[in-house]
Design a protein around this ligand. Structure first.
Ligand code: SF4
Ligand code: SF4
Length: 157
């Protein structure tokens, strides 16, 4: 497919292996996102232990079908609390990101997983590998915050 060819040819230089996060341009930074959607899930943080639990309750702007934000470019207009990941903010947010998140992996000096779109050339491989949350979420619009703990999921590592 055309888009798949584009990913692999655009980033044939494997920039993520040689450039530090703070040196990436915006196109490279965005390409690191694998499209898993897990950062769009609501979390519960245990105040005593600091442990973070993922729920399958997704942000109101998330599309369960496409596994994408419905208005990524203007997301903060709709969801002011949406956290923008940058080379600066990754430091304070890595603790709650899923273990498979490319930003977290590179911040921790780890390798990208074999199913990552930058390695496979296909945006579909995150779904085929069973890593994404496509087709498995419930919108926060339909669940009371008091019930979130009933929707905790185990993160696939
Ligand atoms: S968790 Fe990380 S890799 Fe997955 S969608 Fe969010 S930013 Fe992208
Ligand atoms: S606003 Fe968009 S990117 Fe931010 S959490 Fe919601 S769905 Fe995800």
């Amino acid at each position: 497919m055309a888009p798949e060819k584009k990913i692999s040819s655009m980033f044939a230089n494997r920039f993520w292996e040689t450039k530090p996060l703070e040196s990436l341009n915006s196109e490279e930074w965005e390409a690191l996102c694998d499209g898993c959607g897990k950062c769009c899930l609501n979390k519960i943080e245990d105040e005593e232990t600091g442990k973070v639990f993922l729920t399958r309750i997704a942000c109101r702007l998330f599309s369960d079908e496409s596994c994408l934000c419905n208005d990524y470019e203007h997301r903060n207009d709709h969801v002011p609390e949406c956290i923008k990941l940058t080379p600066t903010t990754i430091k304070e947010n890595a603790y709650w990101l899923p273990s498979t998140c490319a930003y977290k992996l590179l911040y921790e000096k780890k390798q990208l997983p074999v199913w990552h779109p930058l390695l496979t050339g296909s945006k579909e491989t995150v779904h085929r590998a069973g890593i994404s949350i496509q087709g498995s979420t419930i919108s926060e619009k339909s669940v009371s915050e008091d019930d979130w703990e009933n929707f905790i999921i185990l993160e696939q590592k």
